[in-house]
Ligand binder design. Structure first.
Ligand code: ADP
Length: 449
């Protein structure tokens, strides 16, 4: 095992990773920006070092500064968390090439392949995994897009090669919309991901977003930890996540899990990852792989009892995955609620400010991943997350009932939060029945749809 782990991140995920590292007997090193001098992750770490000013591009994304801290402190591993440098294959490669420091993540080559969506689609197809109908090569020309529209039937989606979170994705409902959509998808791809390459997919009208958590060691063992259902989305961003999915039966669950294992094996993947699928009418289609620990990994941990972050560290250190696929059992139900400093009544606009009251619920079945305390400022420099409330129960119904009370007893003052929104969802017939699709919320809120 490592002696000392540097976490190249902030907030709740930095604390989550340090907790796992401590459990394995490692010391912990935090890095922080000027805005985070009093951050919860700084408090938590054994040692903490300033890596620059508030803008992420000058601190949490400063590869050189972070590697420099690792070397100076004698850290022998770097864990990137999620966001920031987590899916940056160049950074992963730099860490791999730095003597005496291990990258806690997949090999940079696999990150590179899977980070480009058309390459990822090709790998999956080769592994025999069904993919969303579409191209496995970038598409450049409007006539070509129109020909694909004819072939698949409208609507289609033009998607940025490097895209994510719905950014760089344009839905095209007819031939007449192709020119504008192509141009704006390219523009967004370039602006957000520095890559104006795009490709085309059939756009599914009412899918479920189902993703499979995988773990792979360096000795050829690949396991899946079942699925998460992230169908409750607003403008293609996840709002509530749960495990297991209320929409899968045992056969489909096994099939999709095996497909995910096959796919990552083909890609030469190790460490933790998520294979995302769209599911419609009992069919599943590969969408993309996220080569990092995800925000919503918690619900898989709650229903399997497997500590995913600890396994990330263990397999990075060369250990074998010490459990068989048959040992993975899904027990009960878990739901994660993202508690953000946002105003649901004002289009979810971020509301930075001081947490004048912060009293989270504590009781059986309640887990809170956060790095804040009463009196802290939720700044405007990074995302607006205050923390994640994860509620577990014997089954989905029990879990949702427990969630009502947990959210009712979550007192936050000083900023608006997403808590009232979550409470509304717990009274929403479609969500409670579990038959909401990814389009449900946008239609309800009459957003973009
Ligand atoms: P990420 O999963 O990283 O956020 P995407 O931008 O590819 O990446 O997808 C975000 C969301 O957009 C998905 O969860 C899904 O709701 C929707 N989506 C993406 N591709 C399609 C498609 N071909 N058909 C229907 N919905 C899609």
């Amino acid at each position: 095992m490592f002696d000392k782990v540097l976490v190249a991140n902030r907030g709740e995920i930095a604390v989550r990773v340090m907790a796992a590292a401590e459990e394995l007997g490692c010391e912990t090193v935090a890095v922080y920006s000027d805005a985070d001098r009093n951050g919860g992750h700084v408090d938590y770490a054994d040692e903490a070092y300033n890596v620059g000013p508030a803008p992420a591009s000058e601190s949490y994304l400063d590869q050189e500064a972070i590697i420099d801290v690792a070397q100076r402190t004698g850290a022998d591993a770097i864990h990137p968390g999620y966001g920031f440098l987590a899916e940056n294959a160049d950074f992963a490669r730099r860490v791999e090439e730095t003597p005496d420091i291990t990258w806690v993540g997949p090999p940079s080559d696999a990150m590179e392949t899977l980070g480009e969506k058309t390459k990822a689609r090709t790998v999956m197809q080769e592994a025999g995994v069904p993919v969303v109908p579409g191209t496995t090569e970038p598409v450049d020309d409007a006539d070509e897009v129109r020909a694909l529209g004819e072939e698949f039937g409208y609507p289609i989606a033009i998607k940025a090669e490097g895209g994510g979170g719905g950014r760089g994705m344009k839905i095209v409902r007819s031939e007449a919309e192709v020119d504008d959509a192509l141009e704006s998808a390219k523009r967004e791809g370039e602006a957000y991901f520095g890559n104006d390459s795009v490709y085309v997919e059939k756009y599914l009208e009412a899918p479920k977003h189902i993703e499979v958590q995988v773990l792979a060691d360096q000795h050829g063992n690949v396991r899946h930890l079942g699925e998460r259902d992230c169908s409750l989305q607003r403008r293609h961003q996840k709002v509530i996540e749960e495990a297991p999915s209320p929409a899968l039966d045992a056969d489909l669950r096994d099939e999709i899990g095996e497909a995910a294992r096959q796919g990552v094996r083909e890609a030469g993947y190790t460490n933790a990852g998520t294979v995302e699928f769209l599911v419609e009418d009992g069919e599943f289609y590969f969408m993309e792989v996220n080569t990092r620990i995800q925000v919503e990994h918690t619900v898989s941990e709650e229903v399997t009892g497997i500590d995913i972050v600890r396994w990330q560290l263990r397999v990075a250190a060369g250990e074998d995955l010490a459990f068989a696929q048959d040992d993975v059992e899904i027990d009960g139900h878990a739901v994660e609620y993202r508690i953000n400093a946002e105003n649901p009544a004002a289009d979810f606009a971020p509301t930075p400010g001081q947490l004048t009251t912060y009293r989270p619920p504590t009781s059986i079945g309640v887990r809170l991943d956060h790095a804040v305390a009463q009196g802290d400022e939720i700044g405007g420099d990074y995302d607006s997350m205050i923390g994640k409330l994860i509620v577990s129960g014997e089954d989905r119904e029990h879990c949702l009932e427990r969630s009502k009370r947990a959210l009712e007893h979550f007192d936050v003052e000083g900023v608006h939060t997403t808590i009232p929104f979550h409470r509304l969802m717990l009274d929403d017939d479609a969500f409670v029945a579990g038959d909401h699709t990814t389009k449900y919320l946008d239609r309800e809120l009459d957003d973009d749809a």
